[in-house]
Design a protein around this ligand. Structure first.
Ligand code: NIG
Ligand code: FE
Length: 413
């Protein structure tokens, strides 16, 4: 074997899923766990991951002090770029208003739209850079990033351009998603069909033309877009070559999981209220269920039926849903801990959910999500001796060091 650039030695526990495709059912919990391991990297990629004894010579050797090492975390669902915050809604919620009450009263998403429209692109980039740096400090090395707080052409493009610029400003891989169908904006409130036409005929072709997004997402739920509207938007996006995602069955079971399966979505998000039929449809179509337990926590809602999904053979991912309204948390460790402590996934299943399956939800599982030769050398050294400790010590950032593309990185200020 050639000499590596860097070899991480004295890894107390190497924990990684294996393979280049999402893992479902029993396979989701079948990960590689190796004591006294080493990982070597060259050219930004893993060249060796295995027992310490087999490691290649390296220009630099780093002692991990017996720590747990996992692949870098992949946050497959975030609304990273937005203007303002929504802490004012906390008091409304405490006095009994629901998320939907606030949305219907012109607050919620629409208040963030007002702030995002008013923000300059530079201001969105500056804010996004700080937030993305914070994600990196918490172990996220790949992050999806949705638009959807513009709801007009200019602002949707501004959000997506800001995401593109962020790519060079922090050592985190960003995957942009167009979410023009996040809410019907106030100026279209009595002409919703016109807004759907705008998304299909104006915004989507422009986003595709400018190659500003890899995916198109829709918020298909009560108070947002109907299944028919969502199906039309997703079909248009597919015809333009975008991958598909859908926020479904969060507030009500509106048959959204079945819609995501019919439409050919790579992943379906939330799924708190998904029915048994919906779950079976996801399994048959190979749609990844992207669960967002930090949103259930903040909105005090039930947790998605993760165990039923695993039992049905659905590949489960876990993400933060970071956004100013329903999940002001960008720490993926916390979402993983909730998926375990409240969602009932095992530590092994959760690790797969936040690495390999999340990478698959971004169509990056050939590159990211496991520590195997050929994959991106993205990994986290944890202040933890083993995997269960990572899911158990909630409430504090357990990251020791982060390696991105083979290099130790820190957030850029
Ligand atoms: O994923 N569900 C829809 N959209 C976001 C919430 C966005 C907001 O409240 O600003 C979500 O939870
Ligand atoms: Fe979301």
């Amino acid at each position: 074997m050639e000499t590596a650039e860097l070899c991480l030695v004295n890894i107390g526990c190497l924990a990684t899923p294996l393979g280049a495709a999402a893992r479902a059912g029993a396979a989701q919990g079948e990960i590689r766990l190796l004591r006294d391991a080493a990982v070597a990297v060259a050219g930004g990629r893993v060249v060796y991951a295995g027992p310490a004894g087999g490691a290649p010579d390296a220009a630099r050797v780093f002692d991990c002090g017996g720590r747990l090492v996992t692949p870098g975390l992949v946050d497959a669902h975030t609304h990273l770029i937005f203007g303002g915050w929504r802490q004012r809604e906390l008091a409304l919620r405490l006095s009994g208003a629901s998320y939907l009450d606030i949305l219907r009263g012109g607050g919620g998403i629409l208040s963030t739209v007002t702030h995002t429209r008013a923000a300059t692109e530079d201001a969105l980039v500056d804010k996004g850079r700080a937030l993305l740096g914070d994600m990196l400090r918490h172990g996220t090395t790949t992050c999806e990033c949705k638009s959807g707080y513009g709801l007009d052409l200019e602002t949707e493009l501004k959000q997506l351009r800001a995401a593109r610029r962020l790519q060079d400003l922090q050592p985190v891989t960003l995957v942009p998603t167009f979410l023009g169908a996040h809410a019907v904006p106030a100026e279209f409130s009595d002409r919703r069909a016109d807004y759907v036409n705008f998304v299909c005929d104006v915004a989507l072709p422009r986003v595709a033309d400018l190659s500003l997004a890899s995916f198109c997402d829709v918020f298909c739920d009560v108070g947002a877009f109907t299944a028919d509207e969502s199906a039309r938007i997703l079909a248009r996006a597919a015809s333009l070559g975008l991958g598909l995602k859908a926020h479904v069955d969060e507030l009500e079971d509106g048959g959204g999981a079945a819609l995501a399966a019919r439409a050919g979505c790579v992943s379906a998000e939330h799924l708190i209220r998904a029915s048994g039929d919906g779950i079976r449809a996801l399994a048959r179509a190979g749609v990844i269920a992207c669960l967002l337990p930090a949103t259930s926590f903040y909105l005090d809602k039930p947790y998605a039926p993760a165990r039923d999904m695993v039992a049905a053979g659905v590949a489960v991912a876990v993400a933060t849903d970071f956004n100013p309204g329903s999940s002001p948390n960008l720490n993926l460790q916390f979402a993983m801990q909730l998926a375990c402590l409240r969602g009932g996934l095992t530590p092994e299943e959760v690790l797969t959910a936040a690495t390999l399956n999340a990478a698959a939800a971004l169509r990056l599982s050939g590159e990211a999500g496991t520590l195997e030769p050929g994959k991106w050398a993205d990994l986290v050294l944890w202040n933890a001796p083993d995997l269960p400790y990572l899911l158990y010590r909630y409430g504090t950032n357990l990251v020791h060091r982060v390696v991105k593309n083979g290099m130790f990185v820190t957030a850029r200020l």
